[in-house]
Design a protein around this ligand. Structure first.
Ligand code: NAD
Length: 338
């Protein structure tokens, strides 16, 4: 099948091209993000392949459909960037990669916790400059601390497993509680209790209308003073402005972000020579107790291999008229993107 691959980076080609030897699709790589201005590049392509910061909104989808596209193959698990009801109306099928490596994201999440706690980011520069003092680098034992996991699906559960190994107490909140989380020793509570009892709160639920700004001023007010907040899920789960106020008052003691609500204007590009216009983002970077990584939690060789293979297999299923287990279901389609 002829596929227009958008937002292509060298690492996408590195995994998609060899994996495609088993599938034989005609992959054409485009570096630009997919949006209403670039959608016309896909004219004549029955399939497009998109990543998380591509904007699959109504105008983009209308252009794609008008030029013959029938399949949206997402190289991601999340699909909050796709207007699914409009895609369905236009007769576009949407497939995704529901699980490529929960370990990649969970391990990065715990990495952010350890870095914020033990201040590796500051120690690294200190030692390289010959400053061997340790003042200001004091952390706390993770052992015996309480961690609240919001969203106890695939990634949330792996985070829980890892932190159990550290001797943490694990609280969870999920709209669909599951037995596996309980089996690993997690205890389900309602959100107010999770906010009030947790030393560390980590977000692993999808971005929907219900979870948009889940962490806002009132949620932060319910948390322990000096709480550590980690978001490796989707940026708009956190109201950035409320988080900045929480940092200024020291209610939030540590903030680790792999995602940011306006990341599509920034992440995945080298902007080191640019003047960043997003003042809230720049304010975040001024805090010594904030770490931001640019949506790299998924970025392991294992994950990229799985993303490439599943994406190409999804495209083959569609091309050959087979049932694709990774097609976004009618039930999921009723959820509009946040
Ligand atoms: P999953 O579907 O296995 O788990 C998500 C869990 O969230 C489910 O148990 C679901 O019931 C729960 N949930 C849904 N709505 C909720 C709500 N309102 N409140 C609480 N819980 C709710 O998904 P996953 O594979 O664990 O991925 C979780 C999220 O991680 C994805 O939605 C995606 O946004 C994000 N993600 C980030 C990266 C990255 O590189 N940073 C990579 C992959 C996934």
């Amino acid at each position: 099948m002829k596929v227009a691959v958008f937002s292509t980076k060298s690492y996408d080609r590195q995994f998609l091209e060899p994996a495609n030897a088993n599938f034989g699709h005609e992959l054409v790589f485009f570096e630009p993000q997919l949006n209403r201005d670039t959608a016309v590049l896909a004219a004549g392509f029955p399939a497009i392949c998109a990543f998380i910061n591509d904007q699959l909104d109504a105008p983009t989808l209308e252009i794609l459909a008008a030029h013959g596209t029938r399949l949206l193959a997402l190289r991601s698990a999340g699909f909050n960037h796709v207007d699914l009801p409009v895609a369905a109306e236009l007769g576009l099928t949407t497939v995704r990669v529901p699980a490529y490596s929960p370990y990649a994201v969970a391990e990065h999440t715990v990495g952010l916790m350890l870095t914020l706690n033990r201040k590796f980011h500051r120690a690294y520069y200190r030692v390289r400059e010959g400053d061997f003092s340790i003042n200001g680098l004091m952390g706390f034992d993770l052992h015996d601390r309480t961690v609240g996991i919001v969203g106890t699906g695939k990634i949330g559960q792996v985070v829980g497993q890892i932190l159990k190994g550290f001797g943490c107490h694990i609280l969870g909140y999920d709209v669909y509680p599951n037995e596996d989380f309980k089996a690993l020793g997690g205890k389900y509570v309602q959100l107010p209790e999770l906010f009030a009892e947790s030393d560390i709160i980590t977000l692993h639920c999808p971005l929907t209308h219900e979870t948009h700004y889940l962490i806002d001023e009132s949620a932060i007010a319910q948390m322990k003073p000096g709480v550590m907040l980690i978001n490796t899920s989707r940026g708009a789960l956190v109201d950035t402005n409320a988080a900045i106020e929480g940092l200024k008052s020291r209610k939030i003691g540590y903030l680790g972000l792999d995602v940011y609500e306006r990341e599509s204007d920034l992440f995945f590009e080298d902007m080191s020579d640019e003047i960043i216009q997003d003042d809230e983002f720049e304010r975040l970077l001024t805090f010594p107790n904030v770490i931001v990584t640019a949506h790299q939690a998924f970025f392991t060789s294992n994950a990229l291999q799985n993303i490439a293979e599943t994406t190409l297999s999804n495209i083959s299923d569609f091309e050959q008229g087979r049932h694709c287990p990774n097609e976004i279901s009618a039930k999921q389609k009723t959820k509009t993107p946040a």
